[in-house]
Write a protein that binds this ligand. Structure first.
Ligand code: DC
Length: 236
């Protein structure tokens, strides 16, 4: 795939609520397009991990950590890694305690602002190859200039079942309660709340099997970036 027919930025954003399947969809889409993949949540998780391990809770101090600590996010084939002092600690940032704190500090404007240049840099470094980025505010705030914005929705019970099958440590009712709390935080925060980006291509994860969903996103992307066909009726 070496022909690009449009001048669109080779950047696709996929936003949506937690456990809607953004990571799986975006990772598979990036693979099919041979583009890089970025899960922006890892930034909040990594910073939450740093703040927890240093027992820092104040917004300004956490934001300061971002510019002073020795960390980086690296994009591997099918993994967004968080490296701290040269050690890959990605596994440690995907735990329930980090989940909770990441969601809280994602509401801190100073933290969001401090992370923006690092997130955008991921696109700058991969703009020739292309980047698929997933998160909550990728299409609205981090990458408003993306060539394609996808918004993934899914019913509460589908998301909770996904989360349970991924982690499995909590009963389903507890997962739903935690999920509702996290949704509230994501949707109602003052800075960069979870929103459907204007002009987004909306996919309801409950309406398709996984492969079908990836195919839909892939066809849309291929037509747009490689055939230069944007405004035609989408043919599934
Ligand atoms: O997608 P995730 O579960 O790895 O995200 C971790 C936390 O970071 C979650 O509480 C939502 C938040 N987040 C955010 O506020 N903005 C993003 N672009 C990505 C994640």
């Amino acid at each position: 795939m070496d022909k690009q027919t449009s001048s669109l930025k080779k950047l696709i954003t996929i936003d949506g609520p937690s456990a809607s399947g953004k990571s799986s969809l975006s990772r598979s889409l990036a693979k099919k397009l041979s583009w890089k993949w970025l899960s922006t949540g890892v930034f909040y998780r990594g910073v939450a991990y740093l703040a927890l391990s240093r027992k820092i809770q104040k917004e300004a101090q956490i934001a300061h950590l971002i510019d002073t600590e020795d960390w980086l996010v690296c994009l591997n084939e099918d993994k967004t890694c968080f490296i701290y002092k040269g050690v890959d600690i990605t596994h440690e940032v995907y735990t329930e305690s980090v989940d909770e704190w990441a969601s809280t500090l994602a509401g801190f404007s100073l933290v969001r602002k401090a992370l923006l240049p690092y997130q955008r840099d991921c696109f700058q470094k991969n703009r020739r190859q292309g980047l698929v980025a997933e998160g909550r505010d990728c299409g609205t705030v981090v990458f408003p200039f993306a060539g394609l914005k996808i918004y993934l929705t899914a019913a509460d019970h589908i998301r909770a079942a996904r989360r349970t099958s991924q982690r499995g440590s909590l009963p389903l009712e507890d997962v739903i309660t935690l999920q509702k709390k996290r949704d509230e935080q994501d949707i109602h925060r003052v800075d960069s709340p979870l929103r459907q980006p204007e002009g987004a291509f909306v996919i309801d994860a409950g309406a398709y099997g996984f492969n079908e969903m990836v195919e839909r996103a892939y066809k849309k992307s291929y037509k747009l970036f490689y055939l230069g066909r944007d405004n035609e009726q989408f043919d599934p």
